[in-house]
Ligand binder design. Structure first.
Ligand code: PMV
Length: 331
């Protein structure tokens, strides 16, 4: 007999005003707010199936049994639902990504957002969308943003319990479409994970307090730029925030160097495109991949020109996508 199951889909997101640093590690509370766009095309698909007569969750990722530390991370996350509802339901969690996992493409954001939505259905919807965003945050900071589609803002929050550290939508994908070219420059796994990198930076960088203090003005400027559909302003603030974050990472001790040579080649290439009047910008997270964002009318030109850069292994082209959502439930 097929046990009860619930399936949810979520997409990765890319921050335009970056998050780096935690104000509370246990609750995974960010030291700064952030603004992101949620992608389409790339997705995590997560199926929860009741694991009858068990007091343990099982976790299968891309068809293979996950290592124990990952299984525990999933079980701790599902405990948030069990503790809140008092229901001791355990699951077989089967999650697949249609893009490389753990390679700097935000698979933890889409993975935890999909898991949060599927679990919310399995526990009979105890949480609102806003609460679900605070729950997803506890799996991965950026997962809070993938609960919503399009242009999204994540609030740092002030409260110690984290109930005001949630994301909310700014504009839907249709209200201001853009194209994203995700350039893969290395297929290898991350060198230093985001939590470890954030802790090292906060503990050792002389620039850390300036980073935290200057975030509010970037958020305000980006919010206004998005509201006014001012792409030139978005370009300016997004590249500033990205390079400021990488400057901060470089100033940790030992410095965090997430880029490779091709990463740098793409930065110069995108700036060259702009000199030719093509509105596009780059953004880079805790890894060597570069995401190039442009208006849809120039996406063919930008993609064609990126294909000429030696060392780019592959390019994924996406637009803006929806928030995490349930696609199937069989009770
Ligand atoms: O979601 P985390 O904890 O992996 O942190 C994400 C950090 C960056 O991707 C570098 C920036 C961001 O805001 O997504």
């Amino acid at each position: 007999m097929q046990e009860k199951h619930w399936t949810a889909v979520a997409h990765p997101n890319i921050a335009l005003v970056k998050y780096w640093g935690k104000r509370d590690e246990r609750l995974n509370l960010p030291a700064v707010g952030s603004i992101s766009i949620t992608l389409d095309t790339l997705e995590s698909r997560t199926v929860l199936q009741v694991n009858p007569n068990s007091t343990q969750d099982e976790f299968i990722i891309n068809g293979s049994l996950a290592p124990e530390h990952q299984r525990i991370r999933i079980q701790d996350f599902l405990d948030l639902f069990r503790n809140h509802t008092g229901q001791s339901l355990y699951f077989i969690v089967n999650s697949t990504n249609n893009f490389p996992t753990g390679a700097g493409l935000a698979s933890s954001a889409s993975g935890f957002a999909a898991l949060a939505v599927a679990a919310n259905a399995a526990f009979d919807f105890p949480f609102s969308q806003q609460e679900l965003s605070t729950i997803a945050r506890q799996g991965s900071g950026s997962a809070a943003r993938s609960i919503f589609g399009g242009w999204v803002e994540m609030h740092r929050g002030e409260k110690a319990d984290g109930t005001d550290a949630y994301a909310e939508p700014l504009l839907s994908p249709d209200e201001w479409p853009v194209s994203i070219l995700v350039c893969i420059t290395s297929e290898g796994p991350k060198t230093v994970g985001s939590t470890e990198g954030m802790n090292l930076t906060a503990a050792t960088s002389p620039y850390y307090s300036a980073w935290v203090e200057s975030q509010e003005s970037d958020l305000t400027a980006m919010r206004n730029a998005i509201r006014n559909r001012d792409f030139d302003q978005v370009i300016d603030i997004a590249e500033f925030s990205c390079l400021k974050m990488h400057g901060l990472m470089l100033s940790a001790r030992p410095g965090l160097v997430y880029w490779n040579g091709v990463t740098v080649d793409i930065i110069h290439h995108v700036r060259q495109l702009r000199k030719q009047g093509i509105p596009a910008f780059f953004t880079i997270d805790a890894g060597p991949q570069v995401k190039v964002v442009c208006l849809p009318e120039v996406a063919d030109t930008v993609e064609g020109s990126l294909q000429g850069i030696p060392g780019i292994r592959r390019i994924y082209r996406t637009g803006l996508g929806p928030g995490a959502h349930l696609v199937d439930a069989e009770n």
